[in-house]
Design a protein around this ligand. Structure first.
Ligand code: OSB
Ligand code: MG
Length: 374
């Protein structure tokens, strides 16, 4: 595929409600979109980096710099045949996986359109619907949280995930469990605890949680393995898993029993499939995480979630939970059975509302092939 143009945009999208985790509050997103034009087709990619380097070292401005200065020019100078060629094209750049995923995922979208197949089919997906859960941020009071859970369960969501941290954990789980003893419930600490909290974390076991996500350091396997030996509740790793090798190490060390796969965190579809396959072969279930994406990232998450081993409900939910207006058409909806029906249309399966994208754009840059000097 000849790359005719790469247009990078930053969009400012206010969230309908603030989203609070153990590392901070997000009120609106600064989202980078890549539009890659090739031979009359347009592929789109979304960068999942946060506004500040809290979830990971990458953030909106670092990703913008890496894409405009390095990755964009590298890609523009090549003619990739497949999304899977991007890892080789970008190999000189260390890390910066969310920046890489922004472009790689746009190439997968283009490839699916060129082949005239839905993206999920190109990825090897097997599901026509995906099971959905919600991730609920830290609230200012437990009654407020209970009201939100009631609404999400009524909407059909199959699993409730509660963001937690010291001071917003056991008491919260107690009240949720006493009201809803049988629901699929999990929690996500985003690294809010230390190994000295192990006794406190064992107290979570009575709540029959599906998993506790990333309780310890963002870059750790060893201490998670020590903690997992003491917990009945399965540990799920999110931040720690950057690639297939990390997944193999974590599984081998028994640092976790479940893996959360995020396209941006692992660097794009190729590596996400590799993590998925490694976990599948070793009997470790996976699910698709979310990063408060707009419709483009969400469409990519849906396609990924169709792979066989995505057997647990993910954090991929309806557009209307986040945005007054999503930038794709139709917007993403969830059925009363808590499922998203996978679009059969070629490529990402959702049209981009280019007029709305243009109105929300706060910076824009066209990237050209790298000058070959010397
Ligand atoms: O750890 O899964 C996480 C959002 C931002 C950063 C990290 C995480 C999250 C979520 C939200 O849990 C998932 C979503 O609804 O997109
Ligand atoms: Mg998480």
């Amino acid at each position: 595929m000849r790359i005719d143009a790469i247009i990078l945009r930053e969009l400012n999208l206010p969230l309908l409600r603030p989203f609070e985790t153990s590392f901070g509050v997000t009120r609106g997103r600064r989202i980078i979109l890549a539009e890659v034009q090739s031979e009359g087709l347009t592929g789109w990619g979304e960068c999942t980096a946060g506004e500040r380097p809290f979830f990971s070292a990458e953030f909106t401005d670092s990703a913008w710099a890496v894409i405009t200065q390095e990755l964009g020019p590298m890609l523009a100078a090549e003619s990739p045949q497949h999304g899977g060629d991007c890892q080789r094209i970008f190999r000189a750049v260390r890390g910066n996986r969310m920046a890489k995923a922004t472009l790689e995922n746009a190439i997968w979208d283009l490839e699916a359109q060129r082949e005239g197949v839905p993206l999920c089919q190109l990825l090897g997906g097997v599901r026509e619907t995906i099971p959905c859960g919600v991730s609920l941020g830290i609230q200012s009071s437990i009654p407020e949280l209970l009201a939100i859970i009631e609404r999400e369960l009524a909407a059909g969501y199959q699993r409730i995930k509660l963001k937690c941290k010291p001071g917003w954990d056991v008491e919260v789980f107690e009240q949720v469990r006493s009201r809803w003893p049988g629901i699929m419930l999990s929690c996500d600490a985003n690294s809010a605890y230390r190994l000295r909290d192990a006794d406190h974390l064992t107290a979570f076991d009575v709540f029959d949680l599906l998993m506790i996500e990333q309780p310890l350091w963002h870059d750790d396997f060893y201490f998670h393995a020590m903690l997992q030996k003491r917990l009945r509740t399965p540990i799920c790793l999110d931040e720690s898993i950057r690639n297939r090798r990390d997944a193999l190490a974590a599984i081998e060390m028994e640092s976790c029993r479940i893996i959360n796969i995020k396209l941006g965190r692992v660097g794009g579809f190729s590596e996400a499939i590799a993590v998925h396959n490694a976990a599948l072969q070793r009997g470790i279930p996976v699910w698709c995480g979310g990063m408060l994406e707009s419709g483009i990232g969400r469409a990519h998450n849906i396609a990924l979630s169709t792979l066989e081993n995505f057997s647990l409900p993910g954090d991929v939910s309806a557009s209307a939970r986040y945005w007054a207006e999503d930038i794709v058409e139709p917007e993403i909806t969830v059925s009363s059975a808590g499922e998203i029906a996978v679009s059969p249309a070629p490529g990402r399966g959702y049209e981009v509302r280019t007029g709305l994208v243009e109105r929300l754009t706060v910076r824009k840059q066209t990237i050209r092939a790298m000058e070959m000097v010397g």
